[in-house]
Design a protein around this ligand. Structure first.
Ligand code: 6PG
Length: 247
């Protein structure tokens, strides 16, 4: 079961995302030595990352105990403007001076199959068993994709692979991608998916209220096995939802 939080605008979505991050970090660190978070790319999370790196959020997290991972990456070098790592670095990791040994990025500059295999090894080494993020951040594209799982992705042909190279449809800017598989996404202890704007209204209604068809709407495959999933959306994105869901 997922929780759907509808807020006024994109700024409120960013604030809520930052709040959820802080709460998840504090609750986890009260019980365990480190907090493992998988970051997302796209345009929605940047403002939240910037908030986290500034007062008052900055002081509320013990950053030295946070380990950063990525849910997906574009196959570009880390300093490329399209790199998800670069977005996170410029908005949050750099300003917070997170040491490189606490940042585990997908190597978009390497051969995609090798990069996927290398990241799977990194996840096994760093997370151990159960291989579960404490917090997984996601977004949703206007076609219903999440991470880099695009419509038509052979979701049901997955074996136990943790990370895969994928090809984005031609309407996306960077075709070659690396993505965590549903297997890993659904093991997360908490999932927070933020999306905003009128351009997401139609797809959000289809995804949340339409039939279950994850080959068409890959984000529907995200159903954490043991954790909770929260959608944080703004009023514009929620416009087509029935009032029952909109409360
Ligand atoms: C990426 C993402 C992707 C993103 C969605 C939503 O690398 O592009 O991880 O899944 O979250 O495309 O993007 P917006 O935040 O721009 O709506």
């Amino acid at each position: 079961m997922s929780e759907i939080v509808v807020l006024e605008d994109e700024a409120a979505v960013a604030r809520e995302l930052a709040e959820r991050f802080v709460t998840a970090a504090r609750e986890t660190l009260a019980e365990r030595p480190s907090f493992a978070v998988a970051l997302t790319g796209g345009s929605t999370p940047g403002p939240a990352y910037r908030m986290l790196a500034a007062a008052p959020y900055r002081e509320r997290v013990e950053w030295s105990r946070v380990r950063f991972f990525f849910g997906d990456e574009r196959c570009v070098p880390p300093n490329d403007p399209d790199s998800n790592y670069r977005l996170a670095h410029d908005t949050m990791l750099g300003p917070l001076e997170i040491p490189p040994e606490h940042i585990f990025r997908l190597h978009g500059e390497d051969d995609p199959s090798e990069a996927a295999a290398a990241y799977a090894r990194t996840l096994r080494e760093q997370l151990g068993e159960p291989l579960a993020f404490d917090l997984l951040l996601l977004g949703m594209g206007p076609d219903g994709h999440t991470a880099s799982l695009f419509p038509g992705y052979q979701l049901y042909k997955e074996n136990a692979a943790l990370v895969r190279p994928t090809i984005a449809p031609s309407y996306m800017k960077v075709a070659h991608r690396l993505t965590l598989t549903p297997h890993v996404l659904n093991a997360a202890r908490r999932v927070v998916l933020a999306t905003a704007g009128a351009g997401k209204a139609e797809i959000l209604a289809q995804v949340l209220e339409g039939p279950y068809d994850p080959t068409r709407y890959p984000v529907q495959i995200v159903r954490p096995e043991h954790g909770a999933m929260t959608w944080i959306v703004d009023r514009a994105a929620a416009e087509r939802l029935s009032s029952a869901v909109r409360v």
